[in-house]
Design a protein around this ligand. Structure first.
Ligand SMILES: Cc1ncc(COP(=O)(O)O)c(C=O)c1O
Length: 401
């Protein structure tokens, strides 16, 4: 007799044996510089809440007020009865912030990638993707019957090669869609979007950037990677992002032409077939855009903190990889050692989690730190001290530093 469920336990046990299972850390309160994590007060050093907005008074207030004016839920999917004035206001405000003709908001960034990519390229088309793109892009691409071609990470020369090959294909492809992360979440490096956009223009390809880790971080006032490279809007046709990181709330979004948004309103299945955000979430997202427009100090502070931390870690002798953004990987190499470093940091009072195989290649395990604008210099010195102590104990840095 076939056992329909035994694989559940077997596969989970396998993950536990290989130490690849997620052990959930539980926050007993807001995501703030100092958090209660599993009952212990620790410095938060790995959240995506770059600007500390998740606990900003204006966002908290906006969320509470929206419950009073609009209730707890939206009641439907967007195209039926789930579009409130708040959703429309958020899309208007975001488009203005991004300098785009129009924006649309999804439930999550994952839903944006999974729902839009398969509509932009289908049978007879080709999708050209960076080899280190985020899993949500990979899944979006898998949902499309288009042909897939992968180019070497952040390598415009290799992208050019792949595009030339695609152009020579027979039968000819109908459409070409190039997709890249803006900031790569594991290494913190930035895609050469200026070169990618030029290649897109040369080959008549659509360029799609996932700027989840670039907005609130790069560009004028945190407007993201398109602003960072000062690219004309029509050179990057799809700018996708998320409210779950620097904006401090939750929700995916896409900005571009009005044609793109009208198309997605009607064809993107994660948008048309899934309930819309509750009012509190939408109002908090509007407040986050407002804070970014009126309080530039958060982005400035994020970069000051980033520079201070990177320099101190390099001085201590840590290998901090190739990042040029507030994501700073502390390279360790072996998975077990990365896990021991994370455990020791937690004992001292810093939450910074290990990233190990299969999330990164074998031998490339690391602690991925993410800077936060709300951390003070004292907080940073505390974290640097903790890394120094634990790094020496584990033989990751020289004991003389
Ligand atoms: C590059 C990238 N794209 C998309 C997502 C998904 O965003 P969300 O959390 O809004 O689903 C993430 C989040 O991990 C990400 O890092």
């Amino acid at each position: 007799m076939r056992d329909p469920t035994s694989f559940l336990k077997q596969e989970y046990d396998d993950l536990v044996r290989q130490e690849l299972d997620w052990k959930l850390r539980v926050l007993g309160g807001p995501s703030a510089p100092w958090c209660l994590v599993d009952g212990k007060r620790v410095l938060m050093f790995c959240s995506n809440n770059y600007l500390g907005l998740s606990n900003h008074p204006k966002l908290r207030e906006a969320a509470k007020h929206a419950v009073d004016t609009h209730g707890a839920g939206s009641g439907s999917v967007r195209p039926i009865a789930g579009t409130m004035d708040l959703h429309m206001e958020l899309e208007r405000r975001l488009a203005k912030f991004k300098g785009a003709e129009a924006s649309l908001v999804y439930q999550t960034g994952f839903a944006a990638n999974a729902g839009l990519i398969p509509q932009l390229a289908g049978k007879g088309d080709v999708i050209v993707s960076d080899e280190l793109n985020h899993g949500s892009i990979i899944d979006g691409v898998r949902l499309s019957p288009a042909e897939r071609r992968v180019y070497k990470h952040a390598d415009a020369g290799d992208l050019s090669r792949v595009l030339n090959e695609a152009e020579r294909a027979s039968p000819e492809f109908r459409r070409i869609l190039i997709i890249t992360d803006g900031v790569f979440s594991m290494d913190g490096d930035v895609a050469p979007l200026d070169k990618i956009a030029s290649l897109g223009a040369e080959h008549g390809a659509m360029v799609y950037v996932d700027d989840a880790h670039g907005e609130g971080v790069l560009g004028e006032g945190g407007r993201g990677i398109v602003s960072h490279f000062k690219l004309p809007r029509d050179k990057v046709q799809v700018e996708m992002g998320t409210f779950s990181k620097a904006f401090g709330v939750v929700g995916g979004h896409v900005s571009g032409s009005r044609d793109l948004v009208n198309f997605a309103y009607n064809k993107s299945r994660t948008w048309t077939l899934s309930g819309s955000h509750p009012p509190a979430v939408v109002a908090a997202c509007i407040a986050a855009v407002d804070v970014l427009e009126h309080e530039p100090q958060h982005v400035q502070r994020l970069w000051e903190n980033t520079r201070y931390f990177k320099k101190a870690m390099t001085d201590l002798g840590f290998d901090i990889g190739v990042s040029t953004t507030p994501i700073t990987p502390v390279m360790v190499g072996e998975s077990g050692k990365a896990k021991r470093l994370s455990t020791r940091l937690y004992e001292i009072g810093v939450l910074a989690l290990p990233i190990v195989y299969p999330m990164v290649a074998q031998g490339r395990a690391r602690i991925r730190t993410i800077m936060n604008a709300a951390l003070t210099k004292e907080d940073l010195d505390f974290a640097i001290g903790a890394f120094g102590t634990a790094g020496k104990e584990l033989g990751i840095i020289p004991s003389t530093k």
